[in-house]
Design a protein around this ligand. Structure first.
Ligand SMILES: C[S@@+](CC[C@H](N)C(=O)[O-])C[C@H]1O[C@@H](n2cnc3c(N)ncnc32)[C@H](O)[C@@H]1O
Length: 420
């Protein structure tokens, strides 16, 4: 363990190199830049022993909510991506195996009868832009059948459970390169060969998720629940979501920068959102922090940030607007999150330092500074290596195809306490 004066600690025990990150409901549905459950769990064990309420302002698929609920802590999550909200909800909603198994049997019988030809189906294929570009005609047919099956499930929790498996199926049977989070089409030879068995993929996801749910229930011996809201934390958090001074602990992994050039959450979710009818095209990326470019250069009064902004401006006058727009929103969001934390409460932000135009932006120090402006005291920043980071190791910060730069392979867990 190496400790510096800035209370930045490189601690290998936080790397969790060999940990299984896919246990319980954590096995449901991939998502870009997921937090690993072990990090959220250990922060709770070290700093949240007495906590009653956790808040994750960028909850994504709900990793920290699941970990809180497992420990008997209620949790509130907000996100602007409807797909993320759906996954987080399903991962934290207990459905008993007997009920799930009844529905799974019904789905298997349905498939069997279709294959036998005893049920005749003529599904409505959705009519969204580029559907033929991303899905073969036969794949569209089977997906539409599953979609109609899901729509007739009356129980909302079960319907959502099916939707999550369906969303993952949509992506897997599409003509996208599955190794990428962004939407890239397969090479023509692969497209020709592609012949996915849509129904089997759906069953495989359902069964895996069912087993994850069984494991989750076997471990969770409490009544803790999660509530997930469609909310943009750049705006003041209303009291019907969270009252001021109500949260014991915040554990979150915010976006590292504007979604246009870091992780395109909206793009990742687009095909699922279109099949599920969840969101207008491009809306998610616009709502992400920095999603709407403000043509202003702001002085943040924090030297490490102002310095990198002026270096980026010297290289690219337009690019700096994206970066400034992100930090304007990020600061507002931190101000809003700060208000709902109790005196003495903890915040833990898991964040990476990104590069723009080859210049490293110290997100960990910026996060620390923005919270210190809101009466928080820094406890420590843990530096962890990302052995199995589920986001692209290389991106294109210059936005020129083929020109890549390394993104972070370290991340920082910035931990602060609100003054009493
Ligand atoms: C790094 S991901 C969180 C991943 C999550 N920890 C998990 O394990 O799945 C960041 C999330 O922030 C969300 N987001 C971006 N801007 C937001 C905003 N202004 N308000 C709320 N959520 C936002 C994105 O949709 C994305 O889901």
């Amino acid at each position: 363990m190496i400790e510096s004066k800035t209370k930045k600690i490189r601690d290998e025990s936080w790397d969790f190199r060999t940990a299984n990150t896919k246990r319980y409901t954590h096995c449901f549905h991939p998502y870009p830049a997921m937090m690993i459950p072990q990090v959220a769990g250990r922060i709770l064990d070290d700093f949240g022993k007495e906590a009653k309420l956790l808040f994750d302002p960028y909850c994504g698929t709900g990793t920290s909510l699941v970990e809180a609920n497992l420990r008997g802590i209620n949790a509130i999550g907000t996100d602007i991506n409807p797909l993320a909200q759906l996954i987080a909800k399903v991962k934290t909603t207990v459905i008993h195996p007997q009920i799930l198994d009844k529905y799974l049997k019904d789905f298997n019988d349905f498939i069997f009868q279709i294959k036998l030809g005893t049920i005749k189906v003529d599904p409505n294929i959705p009519n969204f832009k580029n559907i033929d570009y991303w899905f073969k005609k036969e794949t569209q047919f089977w997906l539409a059948i599953i979609k109609e099956y899901i729509q007739q499930i009356e129980d909302q929790d079960i319907q959502n459970f099916y939707k999550v498996a369906f969303s993952e199926t949509v992506r897997q049977v599409s003509l996208t390169k599955n190794s990428e989070f962004k939407l890239y089409r397969m090479a023509p030879q692969q497209i020709e060969k592609s012949n996915p068995d849509v129904l089997s993929v759906m069953v495989e996801k359902l069964v895996r998720n069912r087993n994850g749910m069984v494991e989750y229930i076997s471990l969770k011996d409490n009544d803790a629940i999660s509530k997930i809201y469609d909310f943009n934390t750049v705006y003041q958090i209303p009291e019907d979501i969270l009252s001021p001074y109500s949260v014991d602990i915040v554990i979150t992994s915010p976006p590292y920068g504007d979604s246009r050039t870091t992780v395109a959450y909206g793009q990742f979710s687009r095909l699922s959102n279109q099949w599920l009818g969840l969101e207008e095209l491009n809306e998610v990326d616009k709502k992400c922090m920095g999603g709407i470019r403000k043509r202003e250069i702001k002085n943040f009064g924090f030297e490490p940030l102002d310095k990198v902004l002026s270096q980026i401006a010297d290289i690219d006058k337009n690019r700096v607007y994206d970066v400034v727009s992100f930090y304007i929103d990020y600061e507002k969001s931190i101000n809003n999150v700060s208000k709902v934390v109790k005196k003495g409460g903890i915040v833990a932000y898991v964040i990476g330092n990104r590069r723009v135009k080859g210049i490293e932006i110290p997100n960990d120090e910026i996060t620390r500074e923005f919270f210190e402006r809101n009466e928080f005291k820094h406890i420590k920043t843990i530096i962890r290596e990302i052995p199995n980071k589920r986001m692209p190791k290389r991106n294109s910060p210059s936005n020129i195809a083929g020109v890549t730069d390394t993104t972070m392979n370290h991340e920082y867990i910035v931990i602060l306490r609100k003054e009493e």
